[in-house]
Design a protein around this ligand. Structure first.
Ligand code: FAD
Length: 381
C-alpha cells in the first residue's frame, strides 16, 4: 500500500464506517469494533511495519495524515489507532532473539490490535517510572502490576507492558514486555466511563503474577526507558497532535456548516451573514487549526530528518496541540451557542474528546517542565 492509497482508505473508513457510528458509540461508551476490523482489512494496522513482515513501511507523514482523518470522524478511534501503532512499533523494535515475528505478521494481516500499558496507579502520569517490578522466573519473568489506563483494554490482542527490571536500581530502570491478551493473570480491572474518548475502552488492567517468556521481552533489561523516550514518545506526541488536528478540523467544518444554515428568520439571514463576532470567532478557529497543521508538518520533517531541534519540537507539538484543540473546540461551542450545547451539531463530543490530549502522559504540564529544563540545559529526568 502506498501513501496515497493509505490516506484514501482511511478517509473512506472514516466516512463510511467510523462517522456513522461515532455518536452512538460515544453515548453508549462502546468500543469501535467495526472500525478496528475495517482498519485491519484495509491494511492500515500494518501502516508503519517493515515490508519484511508484510507491513506497508510508511512513515510519520502517512501516520499523521491517517490519524487526523480518523480523528475528524471519531477521536476515540484515532487514539486506538495511535496506541496500536506505538505498540506495534515497540514490538518491531525488539532485539534479535525475541519471538515476535508471528505477532508482527498478524498485525500486518490486520488481525491483531496492540496497545501500550505503561501508566500505573502508583506513579500516575509519570509513566517513565513504573512502580511494579518484574521478578525472574526461570528464563522469563512474572509481573504483578496495576495499570491505571489502557486504551483498548479487553479488545487488544496484545499489550506492551512496562515494569521495573528484576535487577534495576533506579526508578527508570524498566523493561518492556509483550503480554498476549490470553495470558494467565491478565485482566481488565474496571469499566471505562470517561468524560470524553468514551469509545476507546481506556480501562484499568491488572497483571497478577503474569508470566512472560524470554522471547516476549521487547528491550534488554533496563532498556525500557530508552525505548519509551526514543521509539514511543516521538510518534506518540505526533499522533496526539494529529488527533488534535482532526478534532480542530471537524469543529471548524461543523461550525461553518452551522453558521451557513442556521437562520434568524426575523432578519432574513443566516447566523454567519448576520453576526461579525461569529465570523471573527470562526476565523480564529481556522487560524489556530492551520497553525497546528503547520506544527504537525514541521514535526514530521524533524522525524524524517532529525537535527538539534528535533527533541524540542517533539516536546512542543503535543503541549501546543492539546491546548489548541481545547481552545478551538471551546470557540466552536460558544460560536454555535445553544445548538452546540444541546448536541445538535456534534461539536460537544469533540469538545469533550479534546480534553484528553493534555492529560494523557506526557501531560502538557510535564512537557512544559521538560521544555524549560531543555532550554536551561538541565537534565530532563
Ligand atoms: C483517554 C485516556 C486514554 C489513556 N490511554 C492510556 C494508554 O493507552 N496507556 C497508558 O499507559 N496510559 C494511558 N492513559 C493514562 C495517561 O497517559 C495518564 O497517565 C493519565 O491520564 C494521568 O492521570 P493522573 O490522574 O494519574 O494524573 P496525575 O499524575 O495525578 O497528574 C495530575 C496533574 O498533575 C500534573 N503533573 C504531574 N506531574 C507533573 C510534573 N512533573 N510537573 C508539572 N505538573 C505535573 C499533571 O499535568 C496533571 O495536571 C490514558 C488516559 C486517558 C485519559
Amino acid at each position: 500500500m502506498n501513501a496515497e492509497t493509505a490516506v484514501a482508505r482511511a478517509r473512506d473508513i472514516a466516512t463510511n464506517v467510523i462517522g456513522p457510528q461515532a455518536a452512538a458509540n460515544d453515548r453508549e461508551g462502546r468500543f469501535s469494533t467495526d472500525a478496528v476490523r475495517a482498519l485491519g482489512e484495509s491494511g492500515i494496522l500494518g501502516l508503519l511495519l517493515p515490508a519484511k513482515v508484510g507491513g506497508s513501511q510508511l512513515g510519520p507523514k502517512e501516520f499523521a495524515e491517517v490519524t487526523a482523518n480518523l480523528a475528524e470522524a471519531d477521536p476515540s478511534v484515532a487514539m486506538v489507532f495511535v496506541m496500536h501503532v506505538l505498540g506495534a512499533g515497540a514490538i518491531a523494535a525488539a532485539p534479535d532473539g525475541a519471538h515476535v515475528r508471528p505477532v508482527l505478521e498478524e498485525i500486518a494481516r490486520g488481525r491483531h490490535l496492540s496497545t501500550l500499558a505503561f501508566s500505573e496507579v502508583g506513579s500516575r502520569s509519570h509513566f517513565w517510572a513504573p512502580v511494579s517490578r518484574a521478578a525472574r522466573d526461570g528464563a522469563g519473568v512474572v509481573i504483578s502490576a496495576r495499570k491505571s489506563w489502557v486504551t483498548s483494554a479487553g479488545h487488544a490482542q496484545s499489550y506492551v507492558v512496562s515494569s521495573l527490571s528484576p535487577d534495576g536500581v533506579g526508578p527508570t530502570e524498566s523493561t518492556l514486555y509483550l503480554v498476549l491478551a490470553d495470558a494467565k493473570g491478565l485482566s481488565v480491572a474496571g469499566a471505562w466511563d470517561g468524560m470524553g474518548m468514551r469509545a476507546n475502552a481506556a480501562a484499568p488492567m491488572t497483571l497478577d503474577r503474569c508470566g512472560v517468556g524470554p522471547g516476549m521481552q521487547l528491550t534488554r533489561d533496563g532498556g525500557g526507558f530508552a525505548a519509551m523516550m526514543e521509539t514511543v514518545l516521538p510518534l506518540f506526541n505526533l499522533g496526539s497532535a494529529a488527533v488534535a488536528l482532526g478534532i480542530c478540523r471537524a469543529v471548524v467544518s461543523a461550525t461553518t456548516n452551522h453558521l451557513k444554515h442556521a437562520r434568524f428568520e426575523h432578519l432574513g439571514a443566516s447566523l454567519g451573514e448576520s453576526l461579525p463576532t461569529l465570523r471573527a470567532q470562526l476565523a480564529t478557529m481556522q487560524i489556530e487549526t492551520d497553525g497546528l497543521a503547520a506544527r504537525v508538518d514541521d514535526v514530521v520533517g524533524h522525524l524524517v530528518h532529525p537535527n538539534d531541534l528535533t527533541t524540542l519540537r517533539v516536546l512542543e507539538v503535543k503541549a501546543a496541540a492539546g491546548e489548541t484543540a481545547i481552545e478551538v473546540t471551546s470557540l466552536a461551542m460558544r460560536t454555535c451557542g445553544g445548538a452546540a450545547f444541546s448536541k445538535q451539531t456534534g461539536i460537544e463530543r469533540f469538545f469533550r474528546d479534546a480534553h484528553a490530549g493534555v492529560v494523557m502522559a506526557p501531560t502538557a504540564d510535564v512537557l512544559r517542565e521538560l521544555i524549560g529544563k531543555a532550554l536551561l540545559g538541565l537534565p530532563l529526568f
